[in-house]
Design a protein around this ligand. Structure first.
Ligand code: SAH
Ligand code: SF4
Ligand code: F3S
Length: 471
């Protein structure tokens, strides 16, 4: 495993801090992507805070504005260009530094557009140069340069960056980067590079220190978490086994043992990599959540084949059945794309059929979005927008009808939950999440925040449940 040496970057943190000493400076960060992107933002924030910037939620008062971008679907592009246009005035008035990073910056046509139409942007960096923000910022501040710091590299891991986390009960831990699957609709493998896993020791140590700081819930992150260390094993890339960890299943078992941690979640696994050892680990580890995210994408074997997902409708359903047999209280959430090129009415009905059969707790639904450079974009049989939208609405109606049925099953049950905070809409109420990720609102003292409690579920309200404290 090749770790990037960040000593030089740490020195740049000092240098920028020297320049910024004594000033009151604020940064604003907008995270546009997934949980991995969110975790990257926590690292960017960590570096900025070490360079004397304090976080603000108000873009207008910021001395440095940072957009951490996503490009998995189309709508993000409009949003980014809109925002970059918005800060132009602010830059002219008070010299605000504008930095843009993340997945979209690995797309050449986007960077070209920025260079042409938004030349005032100070720093552009990609997914492989996130750790160089201090150096890029130093050059922008000291040398008044426009920095374009994007590279294509593979197989390297960054450890030891400062981090400023968004929450003090729940924490995300990225366990692997990149993706080797090349699903034909997806841009991620092109912008995040090849799959590479972190060393077991670095992950375990990070979780242990989070537990010491009082964190209760850990989410292990990666584009394909259940192939953790697979590439390293196959290619005989050296890694240090630590506390018996040499696979995703053994990692789950090791994290489950860490004292102080109450709940362990993970996203996203790939159905094709759901080996028995992983299912057994979920079954055996009491802290590992019994809701499993199992991205379906399509219920049609034909579409799945063109998507390059490497499983059929039947294999997916068999996997669900097998997991239900091995873990009686297990439930599932999923991701579905409607309107992939060539999807027929019959194919779409197969998707509805799987949704009916599995009864997902949560379905993240997406309308297919063409991504430049992917095989899906080059296919000729694109589905008209109108049909895509109609199918989307039909899927949504089915999913919503199932949510109520699922919710009804909770009424009268006792759920052991982690109390997360006060309700956003009513300060007097507390919120918690069941093991299966359902929000429960209940009355209780604020001192319970961060603790596990038992709640009796008394009613359902579509997007949340109501409960009361019990023993
Ligand atoms: N690696 C994860 C998540 C990838 S992105 C996984 O494999 O599950 C999150 C979700 O976005 C995907 O699961 C997919 O449903 C959706 N998605 C990805 N590319 C898309 C595209 N081009 N159009 C619409 N949805 C897409
Ligand atoms: Fe994209 Fe497929 Fe990789 Fe997920 S597994 S990131 S959907 S290519
Ligand atoms: Fe988006 Fe990059 Fe995540 S494309 S979904 S931010 S990996």
């Amino acid at each position: 495993m090749k770790k990037i040496n960040i000593d030089e970057e740490l020195k740049y943190i000092e240098k920028v801090n020297e320049i910024n000493k004594g000033k009151t400076l604020k940064y604003y960060i907008l995270t546009m992507g997934c949980q991995l992107n969110e975790n990257d933002s926590e690292k960017l924030s960590g570096m900025l805070e070490k360079m004397n910037y304090k976080k603000t939620l108000n873009m207008e008062e910021a001395d440095l504005v940072l957009f951490n971008t996503c490009c998995v679907r189309e709508n993000a592009e409009e949003k980014l260009f809109g925002k970059v246009g918005e800060v132009k005035k602010q830059k002219e008035n008070k010299g605000t530094i504008i930095a843009i990073g993340g997945c979209m910056m690995q797309e050449e046509h986007i960077v070209n557009k920025l260079k042409q139409s938004y030349p005032y942007v100070d720093i552009i960096f990609g997914t492989h140069t996130l750790h160089k923000l201090p150096q890029d910022l130093y050059k922008a501040l000291e040398e008044n340069k426009k920095i374009r710091d994007i590279i294509d590299i593979d197989g390297e891991i960054i450890e030891g960056l400062p981090i400023s986390r968004n929450d003090n009960i729940k924490a995300s831990v990225t366990i692997m980067n990149g993706c080797n699957n090349f699903c034909s609709y997806c841009i991620v493998p092109y912008v995040r590079g090849r799959e590479r896993s972190r060393n077991p020791k670095d992950i375990i140590e990070e979780v242990c220190s989070l537990a010491k700081e009082g964190y209760k819930e850990i989410t292990l992150l990666g584009q394909n978490v259940n192939s953790y260390l697979r590439v390293e094993r196959e290619k005989k890339i050296e890694f240090e086994e630590y506390e018996g960890v040499n696979s995703f299943a053994t990692l789950l078992r090791a994290v489950n043992k860490i004292e102080g941690i109450e709940k362990v979640r993970f996203v996203s696994p790939h159905p094709k990599d759901f080996t028995d050892d992983v299912i057994e680990a979920i079954r055996d580890c009491e802290k590992v959540s019994k809701i499993v995210h199992l991205p379906l994408q399509s219920g049609s074997t034909n579409v799945l084949k063109v998507m390059n997902r490497k499983y059929t409708k039947e294999q997916y359903l068999n996997l669900v059945e097998k997991m239900k047999k091995m873990i009686p209280n297990i439930v599932f959430s999923t991701d579905i794309i409607v309107g992939f090129p060539g999807e027929t009415e019959e194919d779409f009905e197969d998707t509805l059929d799987v949704v009916k059969k599995v009864h997902f707790e949560q379905v993240f639904m997406f309308i297919y979005s063409r991504r430049v450079g992917t095989p899906g974009d080059r296919m000729e049989n694109q589905i008209p927008e109108e049909i895509k939208h109609k199918r989307f609405d039909r899927l949504k109606a089915l999913v919503e009808s199932q949510i109520k049925e699922n919710n009804d099953k909770y009424i009268g049950t006792i759920q052991r939950v982690l109390v997360e905070g006060t309700s956003k809409t009513n300060e007097e109420m507390l919120t918690a999440r069941t093991d299966t990720n359902k929000v429960v609102v209940f009355e209780g003292s604020k001192e319970l925040i961060g603790n596990m409690v038992n709640l009796k579920i008394i009613s359902e309200h579509m997007w949340y449940l109501k409960g009361e404290l019990t023993h």
